[in-house]
Design a protein around this ligand. Sequence first.
Ligand SMILES: [Zn+2]
Length: 457
Amino acid sequence: MSTLIRGGTIVTGSGNTVIEAGAVVIRDGRIADVLDHWGAGREFSGEVIDASGSVVMPGLINSHTHGVTPGALFPSAATALSAERWMGNLDRHLLAGTTTVLSLCGFASMDDVREADRRHAVHVRGATTHLPHCLHAAEMADGHGLTAEARDLTVERMLDDGAVAIGELGGGQTLGGGGQDLVYIPAAIHKASGIPITIDQARRIKEAVVGRFLDVGALNVGALAEAAKAAGLAEAFTATQLVTLVTDSVMPSFLPAIEGIREGVRAAARFGVPAIVHSASATAGVMRELMMEPDGSGATVIAAHVNHPSHTPDEARELAILGRKMGWPAEASVFDLLHRKHTVTTREHWDLLLREPALISVIGTDYGHDGDHDELISAVQDIVAHGHRSLAGAVSMASSAVADLIPGIAPGSGRLEAGRVADVVVARMEDFRDVQTVLVDGICVVRDGQLTLEAHR
Ligand SMILES: [Zn+2]
């Protein structure tokens, strides 16, 4: 089967090449040729896609996703999503031009990952956190998605079975972060009083009790009284009850999760695979400690979402700069900070870090509210529109740079270049979110912005 995509602005993904009105020739699932033009009268036997007014790029590679496989969800090993939900999440990635995802729900098994990979056109890769402290942290925070099989698995067996990284080490749920604010603290308060509270109210109460760095000595009685009053809880709870409720929800998983980061980085060094660490105010201390280790660990350690809003913008910048100096590549997550703004309402960290030359290596999405993150391809366009990178540079942050950083994630993809796997995206130049065509392994899985029958198997 052959396809010709012609007339578009071709961004090869290598980081520096853009070809105006070029052509990509695809044969038998591979890129056969990338040409600087296709002659007007020249014949082609196969499907011809007119890409004028569009940008043509490699299928994007997203190294930070959750909820894309069966099996335990998030580093807290929460109850698995239904097939409808995880397939739906993969649909959203694919419709936005992402053709490879790395699931950072580290307690899924490789059978779970393979099931998603087989049933959906998106290439689904797996990571592992099957380590004692990580497991303990998950059980303390949630753990409802853990199966007997997942409890028995080890990092070593997962890597033998095809996992490509260790991660996500730490998460908002186990480290008293956004997952606690969104789910666990409101649930505990609701259970005790029947009163619903919002994510912002939960965060304010939590920070009054343990501060931003998860320190039980940080209790601020005045701030707690005000936060309780603002959330309508002043009648229902005494200050002591709220302190107990928050610390019981947040602290049991915190120390195991921090220890889990240390053991995950050590395992990455031992097995020679990248580790991916959740960057947030709660992990800034342990990240600094690991970055400053005298001889380093020898591992590739990727700092995930270095733009996490629990850092102040300056803290985020300082930590990422230290990481750059100590050889830790940084990933920035778009969350939903561009359009939807449910979970992250500021773009200050995003712009500050991306503006800094060579500070951010790759971009991902993370999960957003209920999986409703902004599109990775929109993040690519935003980075260009704000002058942080050239078009070629921005595309490479979600393609070749990811493939190079995590060797197992997308061998053979990430670049439009003869011989590579034909994962290709065509999107309208004015708004990249308007993805018209997506090919995976040379097969058309999105046509005119709609999934084709080949998207699901
Ligand atoms: Zn995270």
